[in-house]
Design a protein around this ligand. Structure first.
Ligand code: DGL
Length: 272
C-alpha cells in the first residue's frame, strides 16, 4: 500500500479528461495535476523543447513526492517516455499510447478502418501505428494531425459552429477517403470534442486515450501493491498560468465548483 499521490501532467487542460475515470475507479487515490497552460500547445513544437518542458514538470511532480507519474498527454507519451524512465527509475511512469493501442488492437478486426487523430508530433512519431500493429498486424490504421483543435479547446471554443467547421475541415475527407469506422482520440484534449464528433458522424465508434490510461493506472498500481489504503489529502490542480479557461474547464470536466477544488497557480519562472 502507498498513500502518496499520483502525478498527472499535460500541456494544458486536456489531461484533466483522464481524471474523472481515475476518481471513479480509484477513489482513495490522491491526485496532483499539472497543466502547462503557459506553454500550450506542445503538439506542434520541436521535440527537444517538449523534452525540456517535460523534464521540468516531472521534476516538479517528483518534488511533490508522487508515487507514479502519468503523462496524460499523447504528445509527451510519443516522445519522452524513455527519457523519463531513465531519469526517474524509482517510480512507474505511465503513458497514454500503449494502453490505448492495446484496446484498439483487441477490440478491432481486419474489417475495421481505424483513424487516429492527434497532434502533429504524435502523428509524426508513428507510435500509434507501431503499437497497434505490434498487437494486431492485420489492422488498417490511418492517422490525421488536427493541430487547430488544441488551441481552440484551450480557448473554450468547443460547443459552437467554429469547432464544427474545424472538425469537418479535418475529418470529412479523412473519413471518406479511408472509409474510417473507428476513431481513436489520440490527444487527451479531444474527449472534449467527443459529443460534437459523434453528432457530425453518428456511425463512428470512438475510442478515447483518456479512458484507457485510467485503466492502465489501476492495473499497474495493483500489480505493484501500490494502491492507496485510504485518502490522504485533497487533490491539487496546478497550472503554469491561470488562463481564463483553466478553472471553468476543470469545473466542466470534474463537475465541481471552484470552492470544492484546490487550484494553484504555479509560476513557470519561479521554481523550475
Ligand atoms: N493533450 C495533449 C496530447 O494528448 C495536447 C498536446 C498539445 O498541447 O498540442 O497530445
Amino acid at each position: 500500500m502507498d498513500n502518496r499521490p499520483i502525478g498527472f501532467f499535460d500541456s494544458g487542460v486536456g489531461g484533466l479528461t483522464c481524471i474523472p475515470y481515475v476518481m471513479r475507479n480509484l477513489p482513495n487515490e490522491r491526485i496532483i495535476f499539472f497543466g502547462d497552460t503557459a506553454r500550450t500547445p506542445y503538439g506542434s513544437k520541436n521535440i527537444d523543447t517538449i523534452k525540456e518542458f517535460t523534464m521540468q514538470i516531472a521534476s516538479f511532480l517528483k518534488r511533490k513526492d508522487v508515487k507514479m507519474i502519468v503523462t496524460a498527454c499523447n504528445t509527451v507519451s510519443a516522445t519522452c517516455l524513455p527519457m523519463l524512465r531513465e531519469h526517474f527509475p524509482d517510480i512507474p511512469i505511465i503513458g497514454v499510447i500503449s494502453p490505448t493501442s492495446k484496446v484498439v488492437a483487441k477490440s478491432c478486426t481486419r474489417e475495421d478502418n481505424v483513424g487516429v487523430i492527434a497532434t502533429k508530433v504524435t502523428v509524426a512519431s508513428g507510435e500509434y501505428e507501431k503499437k497497434i500493429n505490434k498487437n494486431n498486424p492485420d489492422l488498417n490504421v490511418f492517422s490525421k494531425a488536427c493541430p487547430a483543435f488544441v488551441p481552440l479547446i484551450e480557448e473554450g471554443i468547443i460547443d459552437n459552429k467554429i469547432m464544427d467547421l474545424t472538425i469537418k475541415y479535418y475529418l470529412d475527407d479523412f473519413i471518406k477517403e479511408n472509409n474510417i469506422n473507428v476513431i481513436v482520440l489520440g490527444c487527451t484534449h479531444y474527449p472534449l470534442l467527443k459529443d460534437r464528433i459523434k453528432s457530425l458522424y453518428p456511425d463512428l465508434e470512438i475510442i478515447s486515450s483518456s479512458k484507457e490510461v485510467a485503466v492502465a493506472v489501476e492495473i499497474e498500481l495493483k500489480k505493484r501493491g501500490m494502491l492507496a489504503a485510504e485518502r490522504s489529502g485533497e487533490n491539487v490542480f496546478y497550472a503554469s498560468d491561470i488562463t481564463d479557461n483553466f478553472v471553468p474547464m476543470i469545473q466542466r470536466i470534474l463537475g465541481k465548483s471552484e470552492d470544492e477544488l484546490n487550484i494553484r497557480f504555479k509560476n513557470v519562472d519561479n521554481e523550475y
